[in-house]
Design a protein around this ligand. Sequence first.
Ligand SMILES: [Zn+2]
Length: 293
Amino acid sequence: MNITDQKLVDQTIDLVKNEKQFTLLVLKNLQEISERKLYLDYNCSSLFSFCVKILKYSEAESALRVGAMELLAQNKPVEKKIVSGELTLSGAAAIQSFFKEETKDDKKIFSPQERAVIIDEMTGMSTRDIKEKLNEKKATPKPKQYTVVLDEEAYQKFMKLSKEFGDASPSTVIKKIYQYIENHKQEKLDKIKRQAEQEKEKAHHQQSDTRYIPAAVARAVITRANGQCEHRSMDTGERCGCKDQLVFDHCWPFALGGRSELENLKLLCSRHNFRAAVKIYGAEKMNSYAKAQ
Ligand SMILES: [Zn+2]
């Protein structure tokens, strides 16, 4: 091609201008064809199928043109915006689909002024931004959607899960997998918690078997003992009076049915408590027990 760079660019700019002019002309013709229901002559049930079958547009191209045409038919200012390029076919189609959906079943009515304001607001924006902005304006905005790309192996596994969950949607499959993992985590945590509780209960049980004394009884014993060892010397009857490491001692052993009552309890220092145990269980047993500790 023997053409300068500048000329090439200028020429392309001109072509695109013409292209937009032609686009507008095509839209206007489509509008007329639609009004005359001319597509019926070609055994097409709609303008859309006329665009596909007779004009040889793809389905996507046809949908954009029909949408843009409908917007244009109801809003005169759209004409200029399409020629200037401020509004693309896809942008116009997106706006039209918004109006259509919002006014469906007389849900809402837009005055011509309201329509003009919305179209002006969307002018100059990308189709993506238009769709997002319009979604915010919807009475019931559609939840945001995301595209995820899977490789072949992940896709196969995904489809298998989907089938197992009763042809579940991708969102449902992901939520189910997530829930499963969470439950699994929770199960493990619960197991650890249960074990800890069981151990605690076991320890508490062992304690209450041998040593559990009601708080009121314990207080009464301490008061009576004046907070000192209650052992009395075998010969003089003198109180030990030691205040260190005091424990409650069952005069008649708990293991033999001795009860945790004021009359059966003595406050003893650890040495006299040990001595009392030796009297009952024997030195051998208690010494080996003490060594083991
Ligand atoms: Zn003592």
